[in-house]
Ligand binder design. Sequence first.
Ligand code: SF4
Length: 308
Amino acid sequence: MDTYRYIYGPVPSRRLGLSLGVSPIPDNHCSHSCIYCQLGRTRQLSDVREEFYPLEEIEAELDRFFASPKSFDVVTIVGEGEPTLYLKLGELIQAIQKRTDKPVAVITNGSLLYRKDVREEVASADLVLPSIDAMTEEQYRRINRPCRHFSLENHLGGIREFSRTYQGQLWLETMVLKGINDRDEDFLALRDYLANVRYDRLYINTPVRPPAESFVEEPDPERIRSAVEILGGIAINELCTEGFGSDIADDYEAIKSIIKRHPMNQYEVRSFLEGRRVEKPERILDRLNSDQKVLKIEYKNYVTYRLN
Ligand code: SF4
């Protein structure tokens, strides 16, 4: 078994099944700093596209990974920040498609889709999942805290423009936050906007994992029902507890490689270890609890682990 720098998982994704992650972006490097981000506050807020890591290096890792058969449903380009900031995203998508028949998905905040070059590159993915959380400029700044010169108009315009020509599956997501964007008028405004967007699915999400800001709260269930009624979307409110995987032999290192990009709660860690037939999972949990580099966050009555 091997260790990987850019590939992680597979991890269970509520929308995508068993998702193998590819991360071409450095830690917390994003064009937004969302108050609900499960990775914590963005440390590097930027809209500059860069080849953060040489594409050849990622390709070499893909070759190594795909040298033996693997079980997963989709390859997802995501990770520790905004993937459209990777300058060679289009080439990366094609490099993955050359090596597997499984669909390639890009999970993006959508903020760079106002740019033609980004739209053209992302268009080669089989699935694109952008986010729309705000319907007013004030909400956009409050929820997504974008790069200063970004505007909601560009954000919405970029997604709409992309939807006009994109041939793959476009799955939109909106994060509903208590007291911030959970009124009927927010949902109605989103519905009006969506009337001019060609999309395949809309997911209504809530902050199920510990958010970057402690004041962020889950909306009342009645608000989610109302969102579903008005928008006709699919509510993602079931917590996944199974399905994490890793190719890394060492159990502790395997967990660390996952929680660097995807926080896991105590039940998910235990289930992951049991799946690997670890005899005493509590030893690993103790180690996580005493590891200074691992953040322990109490949220919704259980502990979630995240590597900073
Ligand atoms: S939720 Fe996504 S878009 Fe928002 S700050 Fe985190 S990584 Fe960036």
